[in-house]
Design a protein around this ligand. Structure first.
Ligand code: HEC
Length: 139
């Protein structure tokens, strides 16, 4: 009986390894962790334009103007006003980017953004994540 169990176990392991190798050969296996291709101008700025600029214009107390044409230079590698020494966006680091914590609303850097209305959709958050993980390009 004990030996039979071992044989069954070995066979199942074999099948598992076989299935895993098939998947690898089928090419990219898309998971939630994978970065998606994003452009600052066409994917990221529209999120700010739709959900952030009613507060984040030239008069915002933190100086963070998220309007088109101004936003990029005030975000990437710029020290946060309220949460220094962290940067608003640190390329390649979600963990150190103030904006990322604020849009997911984990409370690490104060309140969630936007503070009124619904939180950003998962798809918008995914775009911001991918953009940061791709090095926050001005593309
Ligand atoms: C209803 C007004 C309002 C809206 C809409 C809003 N914000 Fe804010 N935001 C604030 C206020 C007030 C602060 C300052 C308090 C704080 O840091 O939480 C702030 C602070 C921030 C900061 C920190 C700036 C710094 O240098 O410390 C970031 C980053 C930010 N907001 C991003 C966003 C993003 C991204 C959006 C849109 C998805 C957004 N905000 C929408 C009012 C708003």
């Amino acid at each position: 009986m004990e030996t039979n169990r071992k044989i069954v176990f070995i066979m199942l392991s074999g099948i598992f390894v076989f299935l895993c190798s098939c998947e690898a050969e089928e090419g990219p296996f898309v998971t939630e962790l994978e970065t998606i291709d994003v452009s600052y101008a066409t994917d990221i700025q529209p999120i700010f334009t739709n959900r952030c600029i009613q507060c984040h214009d030239q008069n915002h107390p933190t100086g963070l103007d998220l309007r088109e044409g101004n936003s990029y230079d005030l975000l990437v590698n710029i020290t946060s006003s309220n949460y220094a020494p962290n940067l608003r966006i640190e390329p390649l680091s979600l963990e150190n980017s103030v904006l990322w914590h604020k849009v997911i609303g984990d409370g690490v850097f104060g309140q969630q953004m936007p503070p009124v209305g619904d939180p950003l959709s998962n798809f918008d958050i995914e775009k911001i994540e991918s953009w940061i993980e791709l090095g926050a390009p001005d593309n």
